[in-house]
Design a protein around this ligand. Structure first.
Ligand code: COA
Length: 199
């Protein structure tokens, strides 16, 4: 097996599989995902798809992971990584580590010298991969905007040029105020941790 990281805008044929992998973790409508993924282009933000290619004659290519790069404001040599996800069926096999390594390499080749991310529950995973805790940074990341709308304890992101996408997602997710039972799933004290790694 070999693994590759493909920019989605160069491999639109992988879009449906990509949506399957992302929606297995964070369910949204297909239309909403398409709307978001179609925006991937050579300038930030853009989507990266990890595929696994079988080494037999068939050379079958399968989507096994996804992540997205977005802009870090005021640090033109840094990039935000978000929506990091490995296919549910394939976790615990080293693919998450592979995805981050490929993304780091992609960022480095693209001229970035640092990666930032925010997480509220995967700190150990990233610590394991050499990420260190840091101060929050302002980003154009849609995920961050979405999280900050839902959770407390985050830093406030600046307005961004993909607000339409973000607000579409927020509208779809919160058409009515959350009921006590659903809001109980999200701790009001949940805190985002920021982490970074020099490349
Ligand atoms: C987080 C995620 C990408 C990890 O992918 P994975 O393929 O299961 O991880 P790997 O098998 O590559 O694990 C790499 C290493 O990290 C460790 N690790 C993986 N998940 C971990 C976790 N939740 N906590 C602590 N360590 C973890 C593994 O033990 C492994 O250690 P090793 O190298 O010593 O064996 C995957 O679980 C996922 O898609 N989760 C849902 C989406 C998500 O939460 N994304 C992160 C948003 S910030």
């Amino acid at each position: 097996m070999s693994f590759h990281l493909r920019p989605l805008h160069e491999r639109r044929d992988l879009t449906d599989e990509c949506i399957r992998v992302i929606n297995n973790e964070w369910p949204r409508s297909k239309a909403l995902r398409l709307h978001s993924l179609e925006k991937s282009c050579s300038t930030l933000p853009y989507s990266l798809v990890m595929t696994e290619v079988s080494q037999n004659e068939e050379k079958k290519e399968q989507v096994v992971g996804y992540c997205r790069f977005a802009k870090v404001i005021s640090q033109k040599n840094s990039v935000l990584i978000e929506t990091v996800v490995v296919d549910k069926e394939r976790r615990g096999q080293g693919l998450g580590k592979k995805l981050i390594e490929l993304a780091e390499n992609y960022a480095k080749v693209s001229g970035y010298d640092a990666i930032y991310l925010s997480t509220y529950d995967m700190m150990k995973f990233y610590e394991h991969l050499g990420y260190q805790y840091c101060e929050p940074v302002h980003t154009f990341g849609a995920q961050m905007l979405e999280n900050s709308a839902v959770l407390s304890g985050t830093n406030t992101p600046l307005p961004c040029d993909n607000l339409d996408e973000t607000f579409d997602e927020m509208k779809e997710e919160s058409p009515v105020p959350p009921s006590p039972s659903s809001s109980a799933d999200i701790s009001p004290t949940l805190v985002m941790f920021w982490m970074t790694k020099k490349l």
